[in-house]
Every structure is written in C-alpha cells, then in structure tokens.
Design a protein. Structure first.
Length: 226
C-alpha cells in the first residue's frame, strides 16, 4: 500500500509539472479532455489494489465529469461526412449534413485550442493575432459570422494587421481539394458533384454561410474536374 501511495504521489507530481510547463490554453484543453480519464484510471488502480471504497467513487466521478464535458460541447456533429479546410493558422471542419463547423488553432498563443471552447472575446483576440494571413482571417470570419453574427460591432478594426493578399487558391493541391470536399482520392466525377452540391448548400452566403468557404469548395471542385 505504501508503494501504491508513493507511485500515485510521484505520478501526480509529474502530471502537475507537465501541466505547469504547458501554455495556459493547452493546459486548459488537456485538463478538459484528459482530466476525466485520469480520475477514472486512478479509481481503477485503487480498486485493483482492494481500495474500492475510494476507487469506485472516483470512477463514477470521472465518468460523470466526462459526460458533463461532452454535454457542454456547443457543436453536435453527425459524425458522417466531413470536410477539412486548412490555412496557415487554422484547420476547420465542416459537417456536410448540418453545415456546422468547428476548428483547431494551429499556431500562436492559442495553439491546440478548439474554436468552440473559446469565448467571443478570445476568438476576437485570435482574429487580431492571425489577421495578417488572408486565408486564416477569412476562415475565422466564417466561424464568427455563423456563431457570433454581431462580432464586427465589437471588434476594433483599426487594430487589425495588414493582410497578406495571397489567397492560396492557385496553390491548392489535389489532396487538399479532396479534403475540402470530404472525399477519398480517386472519387468519381459524380461523387465530386454530389459532395460539392451538399457543401455549397450548407455554406452558401444566402443561407447564412461564407463566401470564402463557398469559393474554396468551388475551387476544389474545379481542380478535381479539371
């Protein structure tokens, strides 16, 4: 039992040290996503060593935490057909069936953070940070327009950086085009047309979507169909 307590103490200290070394945004994401599983693992370990009086409640606590964190996620994906649009600073996922979107920050102070976990104030700070890149700014504008439609009234446009005017459309690869349409390489022309129709309908500006994403989807279709 003494060895078990010593092992748990050393593991807790090691985990605490690891969290302290992470950027604040990354540590928050780690705790939200990994915290429940750590609690459940400790509970299983204690139960295995015949300390179920403590271990079983810990397992239930970890399971409850996990369920609660899942229920607080703002987006509900169908888990079927998805597309991926990537820029220098962001990776965005689009659900073909619902038109919902979410993404991850790839660079900077919020690297590794999920967009749907950020408040509007944090997203606007991120927008200012990446605004020099045209594609990244346009992707984030798409997310803001959908989930924070009045964001421009609260954003100080005078603080924006000068954008890089390149769009990345001309340099799109076939691999990226397949990812944007949510298709596997080698998809037939009919499959490409079907995926294009679904996505354009979901993200078209007339439906409250994004002109930038619509242009990306059109460019992907044109590239794959030559």
């Amino acid at each position: 039992m003494v060895l078990l307590i010593l092992f748990l103490l050393l593991a807790a200290l090691g985990l605490f040290w690891l969290i302290l070394k992470m950027p604040s945004q990354k540590s928050a994401v780690f705790l939200i996503n990994g915290g429940p599983f750590i609690v459940i693992a400790v509970g299983v370990l204690l139960t295995f060593f015949r300390r179920g009086v403590i271990g079983v409640p810990l397992m239930f606590l970890g399971l409850s935490w996990w369920r609660r964190s899942r229920s607080k996620r703002p987006l509900n994906y169908s888990g079927k057909r998805k597309s991926t649009v990537r820029s220098a600073n962001l990776e965005m996922e689009l659900d073909h069936d619902t038109g919902e979107m979410d993404g991850w920050v790839l660079t900077g102070s919020m690297e590794g953070t999920r967009l749907s976990s950020l408040s509007e104030t944090e997203i606007l700070a991120l927008y200012q940070e990446i605004s020099a890149d045209a594609d990244s700014a346009a992707l984030l504008e798409s997310f803001l327009d959908r989930y924070h439609p009045d964001w421009q009234q609260r954003y100080d446009h005078s603080s924006s950086q000068k954008r890089n005017g390149t769009s990345g459309f001309d340099s799109m690869t076939r691999k990226e085009a397949y990812q944007i349409l949510g298709l596997e390489p080698g998809a037939s022309p009919e499959e490409i047309h079907q995926a294009w129709r679904r996505l354009v309908k979901a993200v078209h500006p007339d439906s409250g979507g994004s002109a930038f994403l619509t242009a990306k989807i059109n460019a992907a279709r044109d590239l794959l169909l030559d």
